[in-house]
Design a protein around this ligand. Sequence first.
Ligand SMILES: [Cu+2]
Length: 334
Amino acid sequence: MLTRRQMMVALGAATLPLPLSAASVPVTLTPGTAFTRIGSRDIAMLGFNGTCPGPEIRLRQNEILRARVENGLEDGTLVHWHGIRLPNAMDGVNVLTQDVIIPNEGYEYRFPVPDAGTYWYHSHYLSYERVARGLFGPLIVEEPAPPDVDQDITAILFDIRLDDTGQFDMEFDRADFITAGRLGDLMATFLSSEQARLGDRIRLRLINPTPDRIFEIRIDGLTGFCVAYDGMPLPELVSLGNLKLAPAQSIDIIADVTGDVILRETVPSGGEELGRIVLNGQRQIRSAPIAPLPANPVPAPGEITQTADLFMQGGAGGGAHGGFGGWAFNDVSG
Ligand SMILES: [Cu+2]
């Protein structure tokens, strides 16, 4: 049997399904069982439309997203659109904004997308479990005039905890939730393209949908900048050094390809490969400089009129705090 650490090395190429265009016609998303292939392993997961991760939904800024969710699971579900501004009723959060969609029933989400950027969608019912099992996919909103690049590549960083048979571990142990989180053994990068030419300018959209893992990475073979965090353009270019993606975060990069593009974990392994885009040709490098993305029409925060002191407590050995247990603010859990 492989140890946890050996399993983390046993990763391989993983590919994303083709995107769905969501403007004007509703896309159909059917949550259900799905296999994901990582290297030579097929792992039974959950997914949308039979794939894990689910299909990329792609549309233009200010278009209307219409998505019909047909529940193919044997349990309730719903879809939350992570990080995008939308009418609250469309937010897809169990109890707060809608009831779960019961098995074999459907629900249509419909809302305009006011901001261009890299977002994602996922189950917001039992999300600590359902997202870990694969109920998520990328949601890409393009600028009306996207930056001039040769390829626009989505890269999903994910981890899966495996059981002794090499399949998804269905144990959800409380001990994980009061320590470092439920980290997976097998890490993978799902890429929408695994080839580029030397000299290509690419836009790389990194998304971390894991419930618990903070990915600390660097990317070899790229010269360029971070241009957006969490779907929001940065006012100034940020140089491409070591990157940190906490659960649910996204980073957009625009960069020129100077070699095989290799995503490497920097912490804790110090350089393990998480994914790779290989060279398949060459083009002349562009002379036009990389520029910041246009700002989204996000209102500026108002004047601060209230402050609150929040004291975070808990973790292993920290006591129960009542309520949900392990973690608390100001001694109140939940
Ligand atoms: Cu979310």
